[in-house]
Design a protein around this ligand. Structure first.
Ligand code: S3P
Length: 448
């Protein structure tokens, strides 16, 4: 990936049709949490289907630096010998979380209530992202943080020696912030309470319950009130990581816009806190069918069957759906370019502080490719040109952002002229098999 290597310019051109089966990798959010909670349990946690993307590998290395033993058995099978809640050792090196906001924010939470000092850093993208949203609530536990101006990395956190439990209302819809507070609450005595007005992905809550923590969620007028009892002994677990709906989004959206396509994307988790894109695509007229719907490990799962959809229409995407599809707006804006009419996407201020300013990154590239995009601080609107009418033919900046790179490459599969990105390297952070997987379906992708 780019933070560890040279830029990888890539180009995508129109292809015949996409067909076959897309076996996408494991869920990134669940993979991070498996390693972190495995490291906080007592004994051996086993994991299958772990996403072996750079972000997750960086989290695994970090857990080793805190004293856990993290072993790769090959083929996505891993084990973690945990040190128990409160058992983290002080790392003797800086913790480099690479490109990963999830990695650094969750690890900050996990160490904040242990009496250790830890210095965190990342790549140019991560070192520009706001950390105060996490260090502010961690200060309530007694954790101190000193970083660069604007609350940015590199940053040193001194964990609380005598942590107190906290009640905290998350001010922005962020599963990372919620999770950091819950992980910090693990080593505080008494009950830690987190309140979120808007439901965000609930993998941390589900996994904590699986590891034996006492945790409950109550839905009230104020939102979801999550209560965690501190200082449990977490029992090791076997975790079979479901496949990532955010990665599935790329072959799904590609099949919708490439004429003649018919693709099966099996075993995709449809947790309602993650599946907003698929609902939105169906409202736009996508031929997207859930086959073989079932439950696996307490999560709804289905095989997604998706076919070329020539008559997509623009829609109003409800603001209250934003959290359940927050990582999917870049590729949705690509599909919206091939729809007829306007797709309006309100309530998405958080897109401005992801791996890049995702509204700006996509709007700039889409406009250069001939698509009309309007945007404001927390909304954007794409005016679609209809199938077959999107010019393309430009090189876009990926801004060290995997989802921006993959979105423009998907776009190039259906534009009149090829689409290029200046750096496809970041794709390895979340979807290391993107190129062979898309190539296997028939996509024309090349490294320039
Ligand atoms: C994630 C939460 C989201 C999401 C990110 C993964 C997580 O970030 O964008 O890719 O695993 O908790 P925010 O918490 O900043 O919304």
């Amino acid at each position: 990936m780019s933070s560890h290597g040279d830029p990888i310019p890539m180009t995508s051109s129109a292809c015949g049709s996409l067909s076959g089966t897309a076996d996408v990798p494991g869920d990134k959010s669940i993979s991070h949490r498996s390693l972190i909670l495995g490291a906080m349990a007592v004994g051996e946690t086993t994991i299958t289907g772990l996403l072996e993307g750079q972000d997750v590998l960086d989290t695994g290395r970090a857990m080793q630096a805190f004293g856990a033993e993290v072993i790769n058995h090959g083929g996505g099978s891993w084990s973690v010998h945990g040190v128990g809640v409160g058992g983290f050792a002080e790392p003797d090196q800086v913790i480099d979380c690479g490109n990963s906001g999830t990695g650094v924010r969750l690890i900050m939470g996990a160490m904040a209530t242990s009496p250790i000092s830890v210095t965190f850093t990342g790549d140019a993208s991560l070192n520009g992202r706001p950390m105060a949203r996490v260090t502010d609530p961690l200060a309530l536990f007694g954790c101190e943080a000193v970083g660069r101006s604007g609350g940015r990395l590199p940053m040193t956190l001194v964990g609380a020696a005598d942590p107190v439990p906290v009640e905290y209302t998350v001010p922005v819809p962020s599963a990372q912030v919620k999770s950091a507070v819950l992980l910090a609450g693990l080593n505080a005595p008494g009950q830690t309470v987190v309140i979120e007005a808007e439901a965000t992905r609930d993998h941390t809550e589900r996994m904590l319950a699986g590891f034996g923590a006492e945790i409950s969620t109550e839905v009230t007028d104020a939102g979801r009130v999550i209560t965690l009892k501190g200082q449990p002994e977490l029992k090791p677990l076997h975790i079979d990581v479901p496949r990532d709906p955010s990665s599935a989004a790329f072959p799904v959206c590609a099949a919708l816009i490439v004429p003649g396509s018919d693709v099966l994307v099996p075993n995709i988790g449809l947790n309602p806190t993650r599946a907003g894109l698929f609902t939105t695509l169906r409202e736009m007229g996508a031929d997207l069918v859930y086959e073989n719907e079932r439950e696996e490990g307490g999560e709804p799962v289905a095989d997604l069957r998706v076919r070329f959809s020539p008559d997509l229409v623009g829609i109003e995407v409800p603001a209250e759906r934003a959290a359940s599809m927050i990582d999917e707006y870049p590729v949705l804006s690509v599909v919206a370019s091939f729809a007829k009419g306007q797709t309006h996407m309100p309530g998405v201020k958080e897109l401005r502080v992801k791996e890049s300013d995702r509204i700006d990154a996509m709007a700039t590239g889409l406009r250069a490719a001939g698509v009309t995009v309007e945007d404001g601080p927390d909304w954007w609107t794409v005016t679609g040109l209809g199938h077959g009418n999107v010019p393309g033919g430009v090189t876009c900046a990926s801004h060290l952002d995997h989802r921006i790179a993959m979105s423009f490459l998907v776009m190039g599969m259906a534009t009149q002229k090829p689409m290029s990105v200046d750096d496809g390297g970041p794709i390895a952070t979340s979807f290391p098999i993107f190129e062979p997987l898309m190539g296997g379906l028939g996509a024309q992708l090349r490294r320039d």
